[in-house]
Design a binder for this molecule. Structure first.
Ligand SMILES: Nc1ncnc2c1ncn2[C@@H]1O[C@H](COP(=O)(O)OP(=O)(O)OP(=O)(O)O)[C@@H](O)[C@H]1O
Ligand SMILES: [Mg+2]
Length: 369
């Protein structure tokens, strides 16, 4: 039974109006009367076939997952404020976003441009990396769990993800989650893993750019057979996002694209480049330290300057001269070129040198040798 509008949850959260409905419950806009702010409250409806013990365990598990998610502060991870167990079911209190889910966006606007899808994917991958680093798995990444606001993409529904894949729930024969977004190895019975979340992200982005689910109208078994047949995944609108989707949607989790490379490739596509190639150089390049040409002057260009100034000042240092002027760089008196002596002066000098001992030579002749 859905709670009536105006219901006061935990003597604190007043349910105002439903903002969305999903497979497991209703999301309400509610007012936190203690802190006087609007919040979103997810009212979870548990299947009535569950016995009391299982219901209690699922409530406890949702609380644990809520606590775990609250440990992650990331702009693309929904902020969980509170988890309440009331009326034998869990209620999740979280930040209220003015957003549309990716599923709603695709329904209203058709397939997204690959660059836009890549930017959403980059942010959601950031959220997944942050939660994986804390040992938390999402297990239910799909377009309806990605909320897109004016300026960010946010991954939601962590609390419910805890229910999916629960052994006791599987034993009860209840299928949770959306078949089209569950990694193939999990369909085959393997445990959930970070690689499984990456496959689901690939399937989510595939839907975003192609405008239809990877599995189409096929049953999960038929879809798995198609995936394992080795045939290339049909893509007509993915453009530069195609290599990322191909690598994220690998059947074998061991050869699947890892989150570091996926993040780099998504960033390249989001910036308008190609997933595989390095990005073209940016137009504005921040000036790094200038490379000072080697100086041939004896005094270095930076002498007497503060170190920090040297880099910028070095830009204005004129290039070194390749030639020296006569006498430059020598600590001697400038030597003037001597005038060439006349023929008579040369004759006179020769006679003096021949006839007189050196000490009687005129001073000028002695200097010249
Ligand atoms: N924190 C929130 N702030 C604003 N709107 C939200 C918030 N969380 C969910 N919604 C809205 O509520 C809708 C229903 O969410 P919900 O998680 O119940 O459904 P679902 O993801 O389609 O199904 P499932 O039960 O499998 O999770 C979303 O599509 C979204 O539009
Ligand atoms: Mg949901």
């Amino acid at each position: 039974m859905r709670a009536p509008s105006g219901y006061l949850l935990a003597a604190r959260y007043r349910l105002l109006e439903p903002v969305g409905r999903g497979g497991m419950g209703t999301v309400w806009r509610a007012h936190d009367e203690l802190l006087d702010r609007d919040v979103a409250v997810k009212e979870v409806r548990l299947p009535s076939v569950l016995d009391e013990e299982l219901r209690a365990e699922l409530c406890a598990r949702t609380e644990r997952e809520g606590r775990a998610t609250a440990m992650v502060a990331h702009p693309s991870v929904i902020t969980v404020f509170d988890v309440v167990t009331e009326d034998d079911r869990p209620w999740i209190v979280m930040e209220l976003l003015h957003a549309k889910s990716l599923e709603q966006l695709i329904q209203e606007q058709g397939p997204l441009h690959p660059r836009r899808a890549a930017e959403i994917g980059r942010q959601i991958l950031g959220a997944l990396r942050a939660v994986h680093a804390k040992g938390i798995l999402h297990r239910d990444v799909k377009p309806s769990n990605v909320l897109v606001t004016e300026d960010r993409a946010v991954l939601t529904d962590f609390g419910l993800a805890a229910l999916e894949g629960d052994v006791s729930i599987t034993q009860a024969g209840i299928v949770l989650g959306s078949a089209g977004y569950i990694a193939p190895e999990r369909v085959l019975g393997s445990k959930a893993s970070p690689a499984g979340d990456l496959w689901s992200l690939g399937a989510t982005l595939y839907t975003a750019v192609e405008g239809r689910g990877l599995h189409g109208r096929r049953t999960a078994a038929a879809a798995l057979a198609a995936l394992t047949s080795g045939e290339p995944i049909p893509m007509s609108k993915a453009g530069p996002l195609a290599p990322v989707l191909d690598a994220l949607l690998r059947i074998d989790p061991a050869t699947r694209l890892d989150s570091v490379r996926a993040s780099l490739m998504l960033a390249r596509v989001a910036a308008g480049g190609s997933a595989e190639e390095p990005l073209p150089p940016r137009k504005f390049v921040r000036p790094g330290p200038a490379i000072t040409p080697p100086s041939f002057t004896r005094r270095p260009a930076h002498r007497g300057l503060h170190r920090a100034d040297a880099v910028t000042t070095a830009v204005n240092v004129p290039p070194p001269r390749q030639e020296r002027k006569p006498g430059e760089g020598v600590h001697r008196k400038r030597v003037e070129p001597r005038p060439t002596p006349s023929a008579y002066a040369r004759f006179k000098a020769t006679v003096i040198k021949l006839c007189l001992p050196r000490r009687f030579w005129p001073r000028e002749l002695r200097k010249r040798g």
